[in-house]
Write a protein that binds this ligand. Structure first.
Ligand code: GDP
Ligand code: MG
Length: 311
């Protein structure tokens, strides 16, 4: 009888390339879009507005021979006026040294002080840094792309430089393999079907907040938080999920805007949220939405804790 030494005994899991990869970058470069594209499902909400991602979100990618836990982070930004902004920066920066490898996401043809600030933090963390140059699909004029890549490549000792487009999944096919090279060998950390750590209530609140981020203008989205007050099977309609959510705003005037003329905007946000919730939870959702005012919550650490942003 022979057993090959490098094969684990029956019943034990083989070693994989397995570890944590943080998505770091200034707001709006496409970190959350990239995470969702890699996983093939939405675990982190996306909008054209900066500061859409407020807290650390884990998404697990399983492929043959590897398990990568992507850590999506709030964008590291220069303005830190309110407690919420300080919370987002702190969450992002403290996570950078807490992973196996850092993925530094920038936007093709752009380099700002905020990009430099993130790079400084990454160099402090001292882990391997992969540079991901995102949004190459819209890099215009085209001939500036190569010089741009050459220029940013010089800014630090990157272990890899990969141009990508998070909105074009084919440009991402090689990425997991490239990242896996920088992960330790270990047994699987999560069951294979596990995609995110985020609890259902958090996902529900985020999906609703995403619709608000998409529909509301200017400053309003930054003073919003969605709290799930109740979530569970419907008593009246078997198979249906009831979600009761409160949209907290900072001022009475904001409440009127969120509700809209004759309740039209709130109704539309409710409709879009419900469709996304149906899809996410794989069952029909009955959504009840309220809008309430809590003055200055985003600069009030007690209120932030109540809403789940641990400070
Ligand atoms: P984050 O703040 O870094 O997480 O950025 P998001 O993932 O929220 O994306 C910000 C905006 O950029 C959204 O409107 C995305 O649709 C858009 N975006 C992200 N990646 C790409 C890309 O590769 N190409 C284009 N054209 N747009 C992108
Ligand atoms: Mg994000």
């Amino acid at each position: 009888m022979t057993t090959e030494s490098n094969h684990p005994p029956a019943g034990e899991e083989p070693l994989l390339r397995c570890g944590f990869a943080a998505l770091a970058g200034r707001p709006n470069v496409g970190k959350s879009t990239l995470l969702n594209a890699l996983l093939g499902q939405k675990v982190s909400i996306v909008s054209p507005k900066p500061q859409t991602t407020r807290t650390r979100i884990n998404g697990v990618l399983n492929q043959p021979g590897m398990q990568i836990v992507f850590v999506d982070l709030p964008g590291i930004h220069a303005k830190q006026t309110r407690a919420m902004n300080r919370y987002m920066n702190r969450t992002a920066i403290s996570s950078l040294s807490d992973v196996d490898v850092n993925l530094f996401v920038v936007e093709a043809l752009r380099w700002t002080d905020e990009d430099q600030r993130v790079l400084d933090e990454l160099q402090q963390a001292g882990l391997p840094i992969l540079l991901l140059i995102n949004k190459v699909d819209r890099a215009q004029p085209r001939e500036r792309l190569l010089p741009y890549i050459q220029e940013v490549t010089q800014k630090a000792q990157f272990v890899e430089v990969v141009p990508i487009s998070a909105t074009r999944p084919t440009s991402l096919e090689k990425l997991p393999e490239i990242i896996a090279k920088y992960l330790p060998e270990s047994p699987r950390m999560y069951p294979e079907e596990h995609v995110t750590d985020s609890p259902d209530r958090f996902m529900a609140a985020e999906l609703i907040r995403e619709k608000l981020m998409l529909r509301l203008q200017e400053e309003l989205p930054y003073g919003l938080v969605v709290e799930i007050e109740g979530m569970g099977p419907s008593e009246d309609e078997p198979g249906k999920l009831v979600v009761q959510a409160v949209i907290w705003v900072e001022r009475a005037g904001q409440k009127a805007i969120v509700i809209g003329k004759g309740g039209a905007l709130l109704k539309e946000i409710g409709r879009q949220s419900r469709l996304d919730l149906n899809r996410h939870f794989g069952q029909k959702v009955h959504l009840e939405l309220w809008v309430k005012v809590k003055e200055g919550w985003s600069d009030d650490e007690n209120a932030m804790r109540k809403f789940g942003y641990e400070t």
